[in-house]
Structure formats: structure tokens, C-alpha cells
Design a protein around this ligand. Structure first.
Ligand code: MRU
Length: 345
């Protein structure tokens, strides 16, 4: 799994440009806050925890860019940057969670001696957000690995791996850990239209880790389940409401329905930064609408006639009753979710 999804070194922010994978592994420097916003918007960096971590460091990029010479300007630069970066994508709550932590720290620095003190406090917070994410992913892997048994087929959707987090993933953390402890299993990765995070990123991570993997088109999952090849589904999440309703990559809801129809357990792996207790149910989760060209001109080739209508929601919401359990850094949460989720927060 890549440990370099987001790197902060010598006051510089570097990410892997995920739009180039799997054919090119290139790191790019994000030198301006507008670069950070653009990288998140265009999915050069993507995955709920990863965009939160990247945005936290993005606040530092903004402060460096402004080069404030007093405390007031440093605090203002940080708060403005956080507000700006929050406009990049609407669904993954980890983005807002990380940015509100950065804002809180900026706010607490209003009486700081000089801009350097503001910088140090912000840098410490961003590093903590990153380290905590790493630890949460490892814990998710440990808690979930026992769900995978020898001979199992595991279906996943989109990419909830190291590329989507600080280093180890959420859904894929469970698979990485199961692999490390010697479980022999097979992963089916939905290709995940329209941007192919499953085929391009999840399959890449699994192959790199030496885990047996097969890519299937999204519309093959029902048949593969019916053939008895899938024993469990594990996916990540972008936002989980207080009642357990779960937003994740478009197509996840369909996979959950298929799992139910075939009596296959459906697990959601997510850190506490993905739970949004301010939202009662999935109905209130904002769903990002993306450029129609992602559907009509995927990867450069026109595949639909000019002038046709396109609907391109990037996420859907899986109702809590379709989730067998949540795998969090604190352990497995089972229904009734409202109580369980409130208790672990
Ligand atoms: O549009 P993306 O690629 O950012 O969507 C990512 C997902 O839906 C992931 O499954 C989710 O963020 C969980 S990542 C651990």
C-alpha cells in the first residue's frame, strides 16, 4: 500500500497524482492553495480521509503563500484557506472535519506572539490529523481482518485503500491485514464507473500487495454473487449519518441491495472522522454532482451522442438496514446503529 498518498516534508505538500494511475506513478507538488483545491476537485487526490488530510496541509500551503508578517494576518490566512478548501467537494465529511480542526487551532492562536507560533500550531495539528488517520486505518485493519476466512471471495467498490487515506486504507486495510496474517482469499474489484477508481486504483493496490484480485465491470456483480464467488462485501464510506445511513461512491447502494438478495454480509469500514452525528439520516447528506463529460467522454473517447442528457451523481446512500456491521478503529458496530454510533463517538 502506498505510504506517500500525502506527504508533508520541508514545508512542502506532495501527493501522488491518482488520475495517472495505474500506468504512471507520479508525485506532484502542490505549491499554492489553488493547486490544492484543484487537486481535490479533479480527483488527483481523492478518498474521504485523504482529502481531509490533504486539505489540512493545504491550509499551511496557503499561509506560506501569503507570508503574513503578523499574527492577525496569519490567523486570517488560515481561516480563509479553510473556508475556500471546504468548497472543493461536498460529500466526504472528513474534509470538513479536518478543516474545522484547523480553523479551531487558528482561532486559538489569535493571541500568539508572532506568525511563526501560528504556523507551528497549525503544522502540529495537520501532522496530528495525518498520524491519527494512519493509526485509525491500522486499527480498522486489525478489527476487520477476522471477518475474512480462507477461500473467501471479497467484493469491494471504488477505492478505499492506501490511496484514499494516509497509508493503509479502510476497506482495503481489512484485506491487507488479513493477507498479512496469512489468510488466503480472492478480491473482486468493481471497476467503478465513471472514473474507474476500482479498476485503476484498487486493482493497482491489490496487485502491488500481492493479493489475488479480479476486476469486474459494475454490472457483473449480481452474476458473480449468484455464481457463489462472493462471501462478503467490504466498502468504505464518505459520510455516515447518526442512524447509520452511509454515503459512498455511486453504485454502492446497488451492491448492498445485491448482497441482501444473495444473503451476503455487507460491511462498511470507516474511521470516526467519517461519522457525521449532526446529520440524522442519509437524506441530509449532500451528494456531489459531477461533470457530464466524465460519463460521455470517459478517458478521452466520446461514448455518447452530443446533446444527450447526462446525470452524474458521484455518490449514493445505502440505508443503514442493509449494513451488516461497521468496522471502525474502535471495533465492530452492529445494529441498532443509532445507539452504537452515539456510544462510540
Ligand atoms: O470520488 P472519490 O474517488 O473520492 O470517492 C471515494 C469513495 O467513495 C471511497 O469509497 C470513500 O471515500 C472511502 S475512502 C477510505
Amino acid at each position: 500500500m502506498p505510504a506517500d498518498t500525502v506527504t508533508w516534508r520541508d514545508n512542502a505538500l506532495t501527493i501522488i497524482d491518482q488520475t495517472l494511475l495505474p500506468t504512471e506513478y507520479r508525485k506532484i507538488r502542490l505549491a499554492r492553495v489553488a493547486d490544492v483545491w484543484h487537486a481535490i476537485k479533479t480527483l488527483k487526490i481523492r478518498g474521504a480521509p485523504a482529502i481531509g488530510v490533504c486539505a489540512a496541509f493545504g491550509v499551511l500551503v496557503a499561509v506560506k503563500e501569503k507570508a503574513p508578517n503578523n499574527t492577525v494576518d496569519a490567523v486570517r490566512a488560515a481561516i480563509q484557506a479553510a473556508d475556500y478548501l471546504a468548497t472543493s467537494r461536498p460529500t466526504a465529511v472528513n474534509l470538513f472535519w479536518a478543516l474545522s480542526r484547523m480553523k479551531r487551532v487558528a482561532d486559538s492562536c489569535r493571541d500568539a506572539q508572532d506568525p511563526q507560533a501560528v504556523w507551528q500550531a497549525l503544522e502540529a495539528e495537520a501532522k496530528t490529523i495525518c498520524d491519527e488517520d494512519r493509526q485509525m486505518c491500522r486499527a480498522i485493519g486489525n478489527h476487520g481482518a477476522g471477518l475474512i476466512h480462507d477461500g473467501d471471495g471479497v467484493l469491494t467498490h471504488c477505492n478505499a485503500g492506501g490511496l484514499a487515506t494516509s497509508d493503509y486504507g479502510t476497506a482495503l486495510a481489512v484485506m491487507f491485514r488479513a493477507h498479512e496474517i496469512g489468510r488466503r482469499f480472492h478480491v473482486f474489484a468493481d471497476e467503478t464507473r465513471p472514473l474507474l477508481q476500482g479498476a485503476r486504483l484498487t486493482a493497482w493496490e491489490l496487485v502491488e500487495a500481492g493479493i489475488d484480485a479480479t476486476v469486474i465491470c459494475d454490472n457483473m456483480a449480481a452474476q458473480v454473487m449468484r455464481e457463489g464467488r462472493i462471501q462478503l462485501v467490504i466498502v468504505g464510506a464518505d459520510r455516515i449519518a447518526a442512524n447509520g445511513d452511509t454515503a459512498n461512491k455511486i453504485g454502492t447502494y446497488g451492491v448492498a441491495l445485491l448482497a441482501k438478495a444473495h444473503n451476503i454480509p455487507f460491511y462498511v469500514a470507516a474511521p470516526s472522522s467519517t461519522f457525521d452525528l449532526s446529520i440524522e439520516s442519509g437524506e441530509a447528506i449532500p451528494i456531489e454532482q459531477r461533470d457530464p463529460a466524465e460519463v460521455t467522454h470517459g478517458f478521452g473517447r466520446q461514448t455518447a451522442p452530443a446533446g444527450v442528457g447526462v446525470y452524474n451523481p458521484a455518490f449514493d446512500v445505502t440505508p443503514a438496514e442493509l449494513v451488516t456491521a461497521f468496522i471502525t478503529e474502535k471495533g465492530l458496530l452492529r445494529p441498532p446503529y443509532r445507539k452504537e454510533i452515539a456510544a462510540q463517538s
